[in-house]
Design a protein around this ligand. Structure first.
Ligand SMILES: Nc1nc2c(ncn2[C@@H]2O[C@H](COP(=O)(O)OP(=O)(O)OP(=O)(O)O)[C@@H](O)[C@H]2O)c(=O)[nH]1
Ligand SMILES: [Mg+2]
Length: 336
């Protein structure tokens, strides 16, 4: 059994003790996924693997497919490494794929902390932070905002108030490749055996940070365009281990964060708090009388823009849920 060597990749034998393996089987963790080729580690070596025919047949959604960070059972068969089981995910970060379909796309699984990396030039866009927080809060992993490229701003205080206006309780820190505090706070946050995923817009400096934490330039990086947009340099997620045994996952910059499952109540705590005083418990904060949220806007305690963004995300989430239900119905009908 290889449970103990896989501990270096975050495997907790106690969490999976009920899983009995045959002598041909071992545990592994998914390092990266390239369509049907999946790279796994058994704690000693990395190998190319494929999903077993049974699991491929049973997969009805992209989330049934391995996601970087998954713990799996692998088996050697005719010289090939086959994934025969995906162990229950402790946490899963996902978003909706682009387009009209309802498909969810797994970003990373079995993560403890989600680092949302947004550079100082974009962090004042509330739309970005609110979307990232919404997909992060639903996972039960701890979201932390990393404001990167702090060398490019002289006004950290304005950024701090901006973040606190969005969410009073969210943890955040500044980083810079070029000036203090460098990556000091991130180093302090990393704990051996825990898994950290870095997400955020393209060009925000995720791979630069990951290379720094690894102490070597493993991930490619590239300068942003003149307009400040990233060039989508990282094209697939990858799991790696730092010298002090923290497990980190670098991900490609997202063009768009579409909500799949999301927690709006945690993200919009102010609206959630105010709504307790609404006359109707199911108040939508649109036209109902006695709406405490609308009153807060009149009293200038809440911005109408913030409520507008909340309603937009709420609509998106409801539509996504409807599409997912419809897809499930179609699948069930086909099965029958
Ligand atoms: N000024 C400044 N530039 C930085 C800093 N960190 C990264 N950069 C630059 O930002 C550019 C983009 O960095 P990457 O690390 O490739 O960004 P990324 O988030 O991985 O981008 P994608 O892989 O496209 O998602 C590179 O030219 C980096 O040198 C920083 O702290 N300060
Ligand atoms: Mg990158």
């Amino acid at each position: 059994m290889n449970e103990h060597v896989l501990k270096a990749f975050g495997f907790d034998p106690n969490a999976h003790e009920s899983t009995c393996l045959t002598p041909e089987q071992s545990f592994a963790r998914i390092i990266s996924v390239h369509k049907t080729v999946i790279i796994v580690t058994n704690g000693i070596e990395t190998q190319k693997a494929t999903l077993s025919g049974r699991l491929t047949h049973l997969a009805t959604s992209p989330l049934d497919w391995p996601v970087v960070g998954d713990f799996v059972v692998i088996e050697r068969k005719d010289g090939l490494t086959i994934i025969t089981r995906i162990l229950k995910r402790k946490t899963l970060l996902s978003r909706k794929t682009a387009g009209e379909e309802s498909d969810s796309q797994g970003i990373a699984s079995n993560i403890d902390v989600i680092f949302i990396v947004i550079d100082v030039t974009r962090v004042k866009n509330p739309y970005l932070i609110e979307r990232y927080l919404s997909i992060a809060f639903i996972t039960n992993a701890l979201p932390v905002i990393i404001v990167s490229k702090s060398d490019l701003t002289g006004d950290k205080d304005a950024i701090i108030s901006h973040i606190q206006m969005i969410n009073k309780e969210i943890g955040f820190c500044f980083t810079s490749e070029l000036a203090p505090p460098y990556y000091e706070d991130i180093h302090q946050l990393l704990t051996p055996g825990k898994t950290y995923v870095f997400i955020g817009p393209s060009g925000s400096g995720k791979s630069t940070m990951v290379n720094h934490l690894l102490g070597k330039a493993i991930q490619s990086t590239a300068a942003v365009s003149k307009g400040g947009e990233g060039r989508h340099t990282t094209t697939s997620s990858k799991l790696m281990v730092t010298d002090n045994k923290a497990i980190i996952i670098d991900t490609p910059g997202m063009r768009e964060v579409r909500l799949d499952h999301a927690d709006l109540d945690e993200t919009f705590q102010d609206i959630q708090e105010l709504s307790k005083a609404c006359r109707f418990r199911d108040c939508t904060h649109h036209h109902e009388p006695g709406c405490a949220v609308k009153k807060a806007i009149d009293d200038q305690l809440l911005s109408s823009e913030r409520l507008r963004r909340y309603h937009k995300l709420e609509r998106e989430l409801i539509n996504q849920m409807k599409r997912a239900k419809q897809k499930e119905r179609i699948l069930n009908r086909k099965k029958k």
